[in-house]
Design a binder for this molecule. Structure first.
Ligand code: ATP
Ligand code: MG
Length: 549
């Protein structure tokens, strides 16, 4: 494969798909580039109420929203917070802000009022767009921040919106007769959106993503896993996907929303993941393309309610955002008696800071690999301490990436930006290695490695091994202090059916699989639910907080 030497002796692994070319245009224009092929087809449909918008409606309505926002006095470069679950209207709000040159900061809708308030303050939001069902909470956040902030409300499942707020509807209906939006002084390096990182390892950070970052990343994805079977867009056949990954997070926003709208797919929006509605949507809409986070694969494999008829049409699965082991994918194939020719599987890897996609490759057997850098993305592995480049298969190091998809920086946080950027290289904070074919594997995050005497233990490895036990649904592993060892692993296990396995059995099961220094000396505890954030990551910090006082 292509490993080239940089000017300072860096060992740079380039993409097998070559460099990326992309047009210099706003992401909100890029999305509509081919719309004439499918303008009257449905773009967004609510999986609960059936409310839907066609492509031309989404494009026109977001333009009207932009006109209204500008008419209300908001300006290019202002920040507006979008606190919304996935509704068919949510993309109209997001794209409406973009049309106006307003920076949307997207907020987790299940946050507490306190958490919402933090992001409103940190992002210096000028207004909030939310929905009727979560208004009380959002209003509490606004009152605690700046009671004068305007609140614009989408009427989701209620009869009407509360008095004293601005109905989102009005922005659409009144916007139509307002003067059009001029792009004016536009640059590809303008900040387009301000999502926040997941807050797995500390406080969530505002990530400035530009139009260039987003357009490039959609192109990088298309160049790397383009495949006629899963990406047809000639207006004769329409691919339908569930849009259940939260759109406030970069995965749901970029990989699902932006890239799928840009090729004319239909997205069935679900405001949250519930097993029943999810499998109903899969069956009802004959879903053939799935974008998932690992817990969704585990749900399909481990729960009887998910049956063959639900996944019958699936041809392609893309998983990302958190570790998924070979065995997890095998279980899925075995349960439904499928093979990897019929259902292609691909694991993607990325960060909010990289818009997000950095790695992915369709694979027929290496399910635990994240594959190779996507087109236009360069990668390096370095020693986390000395920052010297590591060479050779099987050697682990910190993963660095660069390309046109790397963020402009953290919002109003130069210190954090300088810590994560080394020149144009982004330090991912993840440990990785590659095999003989230069296919990459993520070991775990540097910050979460458990230090047992002189050795480092990756919790993700122990979690994956625990999940190979037939009775185990999920597991979370953390390090706890130990006088003798410094730190030792402790496991929290969710069984498929409670009471089916004892801790001693699992200890024996693990003993046969790992070397002594990785032994789960901190104990195995059974719990009902693992704390996970909506991007599918196990919140190990929360496990520590809740169980290890
Ligand atoms: P914060 O930076 O605020 O602590 P976060 O890093 O979890 O939160 P995101 O940007 O949502 O926020 O997640 C990026 C991280 O997700 C990566 O650094 C990596 O640790 C993890 N990740 C993404 N894809 C994969 C994957 N396929 N396998 C393993 N880990 C992954
Ligand atoms: Mg991060």
């Amino acid at each position: 494969t292509n490993i080239i030497e940089g000017t300072n002796g860096e060992k740079i692994i380039t993409s097998p798909h070559g460099p990326v070319t992309y047009p210099e245009m706003p992401i909100n224009h890029y999305i509509w580039a081919d719309i004439q092929n499918y303008s009257n087809m449905v773009a967004l449909e609510c999986g609960i109420t059936g409310k839907k918008y066609t492509y031309s409606q989404v494009r026109d309505y977001s333009n009207y929203v932009a006109r209204s926002l500008l008419n209300m006095g908001f300006k290019r470069g202002d920040v507006i917070a979008i606190v919304l679950p996935n509704l068919p209207d949510s993309p109209i709000a997001l794209l409406g802000c973009m049309e106006a040159g307003i920076i949307a900061t997207t907020v987790n809708p299940i946050y507490t009022a306190d958490e919402i308030a933090k992001q409103l303050i940190s992002s210096e939001t000028k207004a909030v767009i939310t929905s009727q069902t979560i208004l009380t909470n959002v209003r509490a956040a606004v009152n605690a921040t700046n009671p004068n902030l305007k609140i614009i409300v989408i009427n989701d499942y209620a009869k009407s919106v509360t008095d004293g707020v601005i109905p989102f509807e009005n922005l659409i209906t009144k916007g139509k007769s307002l003067p059009g939006v001029s792009t004016g002084q536009w640059s590809p390096d303008d900040v387009a959106i301000l999502p926040y990182s997941s807050g797995t390892t500390g406080l969530p950070k505002g990530v400035m993503l530009t139009h260039r970052n987003l357009v490039a990343n959609v192109q990088m994805l298309k160049n790397s896993i383009s495949n006629e079977r899963c990406l047809p867009a000639d207006g004769t056949f329409q691919e339908i996907l569930p849009a259940v990954l939260p759109m406030y997070h970069i995965y749901g926003m970029s990989v699902v929303l932006f890239s799928k709208l840009s090729i004319g797919c239909k997205l069935i929006t679900l405001p949250k993941f519930t097993p029943e509605t999810y499998i109903r949507v899969l069956e009802e809409h004959k879903i053939s393309f799935l974008t998932v986070v690992p817990p969704m694969i585990m749900f399909l494999s481990n729960f009887e309610m998910a049956r063959k008829k639900h996944i019958e049409n699936i041809k392609f699965i893309l998983s990302g955002a958190a570790p998924l082991s070979h065995n997890d994918v095998d279980k899925f194939y075995n349960k439904f008696q499928l093979n990897s020719d019929k259902v292609q599987f691909c694991q993607g890897y990325g960060l909010t800071e990289s818009s997000p996609l950095a790695f992915c490759e369709i694979t027929f057997k290496k399910f635990s690999s994240i594959g190779k850098p996507v087109s236009g993305c360069d990668a390096r592995l370095v020693d986390p301490l000395t920052k010297k480049d590591i060479v050779g298969s099987g050697q682990t190091g910190e993963l660095l990436i660069r390309g046109p998809h790397i963020m402009k920086g953290y919002w109003k946080n130069e210190k954090a930006t300088n810590e994560i950027m080394h020149g144009d290289w982004l330090l991912t904070g993840d440990i990785a290695y590659y095999d003989e074919d230069v296919d990459f594997y993520i070991t775990d995050r540097i910050k979460e490695l458990i230090k047992v005497k002189g050795f480092q233990v990756a919790p993700a490895e122990l979690e994956a091994l625990l999940r190979t036990h037939p009775n185990v649904h999920e597991a979370g592993v953390i390090g706890i202090p130990s006088e003798r060892y410094g730190e030792v692993p402790k496991a929290f296990v969710v069984l498929k059916k409670s009471g089916t396995t004892k801790a001693e059995e699992l200890h024996d099961f693990m003993k046969a699989k790992v070397s002594d220094f990785k032994a789960i000396r901190g104990g195995i505890e059974f719990i009902d639910n693992l704390p996970k954030n909506p991007s599918g990551k196990i919140m190990r910090s929360k496990l520590k907080q809740d169980y290890c006082k």
